[in-house]
Design a protein around this ligand. Structure first.
Ligand code: AMP
Length: 551
């Protein structure tokens, strides 16, 4: 393969497990093994002096060094209050996630025998992630020294994998994605040359981990019942870590068998418990029901867009392996049989296919520009001549067929509603949503607001994110994701107009411009937020990352 063709890797940065893949010279997606010869790497980070260990070894060390371990960091992405303190230094979620990314790319480079570093990647995130969480994901890549070509929604990645591998007809597909920490439910309209997201919903605090926690609770109850103990056995970090590992193991066993024994050891006492599949289903029923109700919410939204039914129902994410999930879904949707689709790898593979599509597009664009003198904008809407596709095929080693197939278009929707706080006629703050959830992206929306005061020096734009599909809502129903300050010229009267422009790109990231209309002065306003690393803090993290070795 010609080395002008840059491999872009697809990364599933998961709550509990992560993985990396690429499309090989035969046009097949290949998940790359890590240094421990595993296809998936536990998203567990162990701080060990100037070294950081990620993966299975870190997970095993959790028992011995519980205070030096970080797990489930994805749940804290975009959380301004999360800080992990180690040897007097504070680490934010972006930096901790960057170590997971480094482990994945380093191992992949070694495993594939690449001479050069892996630089360009596509990283997936739950569809449900808001602006700050997406920004944090991108920054994690940046701190790891990577060029993040796109932050791609996990269910979109799954749909790409499914669409490109299994779907040659037109179908409306429902993707039920239950991972380690998040639940996403997404409807797609897949055609041979386009995959369109119709609607998306879910919960970023609902995943396999919650099923584990229920087993832990059951273990504690059983332990107390059998020993008469009234101690809080989970207060002991060792016991708690052991129970976490035992609970996850038991859960996985119950996907294969009807019952499993679990040992609980605390303060020298050892108790054997038996957990049946039935009991497990009973103690986690409400979690499963929550996924059903979120699915119905999403289906209602899809209905408003004219989609009353769907043709295919695919289940992805490791937690979809729990048999009670497909049993329950079959009952709820008796006409469309849910089908497991590569639960652990669909997202990684879809990300890799998307990355492949991007890298082929790069080559195609360069080639078309060189041959025709077109600009990139011209090329977007042109059919690329066959001889150029052929020459790219010669250059990259891919077949013409594969290159044409890689041209599949992906259309996305906003995963949240986005708005600003404004004063209403009753002088109360309310949120005016400029972009509503599930609107097609990219999108640009403009709206005029007025200043409050005479000679107002600055206008503070409070940028809000919410789940509501209405244009005006109570401020309490939205969360502030940041503020943007617009400097005003002197001596303007109250109620002078300011135009705010929201642009959401295809990744669902928000860019804000404001126009102070008296002078038609347009300024791009940066969203200031403590939820995402910015400025010096970010630069420090990047410098620090260079001194830290990750294995
Ligand atoms: P993902 O984020 O998609 O990799 O999903 C990881 C989650 O799937 C974790 O909570 C795992 O414990 C869970 N998981 C993996 N395999 C199984 C299985 N066989 N049965 C039940 N849960 C599983």
């Amino acid at each position: 393969m010609n080395n002008q063709f840059k491999k872009i890797f697809g990364i599933d940065l998961g709550t509990t497990y992560s993985a990396i893949a690429y499309v090989n010279e035969y046009g097949k997606t290949a998940v790359v093994l890590n240094a421990e010869n595993q296809r998936i790497t536990p998203s567990v980070v162990f701080f060990d002096g100037d070294n950081i260990t990620v993966g299975e070894i870190a997970k095993e060390n959790a028992k011995i060094y519980p205070n030096e371990i970080v797990t489930l960091i994805k749940r804290s992405m975009g959380d301004p209050y999360f800080l992990f303190e180690y040897q007097g230094k504070n680490y934010r979620p972006e930096e901790i996630s960057s170590y997971i990314l480094r482990k994945l790319v380093n191992d992949a480079r070694i495993n594939l025998g690449l001479k050069e570093d892996i630089t360009d990647v596509v990283i997936t995130c739950p569809a449900y992630f808001g602006n700050n969480e997406r920004e944090s994901t991108r920054l994690a890549g940046e701190i790891a020294g990577l060029n993040v070509r796109q932050v791609l929604n996990e269910p979109t990645a799954a749909a790409i994998a499914y669409g490109m591998l299994e779907n040659n007809d037109e179908n409306v597909i429902l993707v039920y994605d239950l991972g380690g920490g998040t639940f996403d439910i997404t409807m797609f309209h897949a055609k041979p040359d386009i995959i369109e997201v119709i609607c998306t919903g879910g919960d970023k605090e609902l995943g396999g981990k919650d099923w584990d926690d229920r087993i832990i609770r059951y273990m504690v109850e059983q332990f107390e019942e059998k020993t008469g103990s009234t101690e809080d056995i989970l207060a002991d970090v060792d016991t708690w870590q052991n129970m976490q590992l035992a609970a996850e193991k038991a859960k996985k066993t119950l996907s294969q068998r009807q019952k499993t024994p679990i040992m609980v050891t605390s303060a020298g006492e050892r108790v054997k418990i038996e957990l049946t599949r039935e009991k497990f289903a009973e103690i986690t029923e409400d979690l499963l029901e929550r996924t059903i109700s979120l699915t119905h919410n999403m289906l209602e939204e899809a209905q408003q867009k004219g989609y009353n039914t769907f043709d295919k129902f695919i289940l992805v994410g490791g937690s979809a392996r729990m048999p009670q999930i497909s049993d329950r879904l079959r009952k709820e949707f008796p006409t469309i049989r849910p089908k497991q689709f590569a639960p652990d790898e669909a997202i990684t593979k879809g990300a890799a296919m998307y990355a492949w599509k991007l890298s082929l597009n790069d080559v195609l664009i360069e080639r078309v520009k060189a041959c025709t003198g077109y600009t990139e904008k011209d090329i977007e809407n042109q059919n690329i001549p066959d001889e150029i596709v052929q020459s790219v095929a010669n250059e990259t080693g891919f077949t013409v067929e594969a290159i044409k197939h890689s041209n599949i278009a992906i259309k996305n929707v906003a995963s949240k509603s986005f708005g600003v706080v404004a004063r209403n006629e009753n002088n109360q703050d309310e949120v005016v949503n400029l972009v509503l959830k599930n609107t097609r992206v990219p999108i640009e929306v403009r709206q005029k607001f007025g200043t409050h005061l005479n000679n107002q020096k600055t206008a503070k734009i409070r940028v809000m994110e919410d789940e509501v599909l209405e244009s005006k809502i109570n401020a309490e129903d939205a969360v502030e994701i940041g503020t943007a300050i617009l400097k005003m010229p002197d001596n303007l009267p109250a109620n002078s107009p300011i135009e705010i422009i929201f642009r959401l790109n295809e990744e669902g990231r928000l860019n804000i411009t404001a126009i102070e209309t008296t002078k038609s002065r347009e300024v791009t306003v940066t969203i200031e937020t403590t939820a995402v690393m910015q400025g010096d803090e970010l630069e420090e993290a990047k410098t620090r990352a260079q001194k830290i070795s990750v294995s």
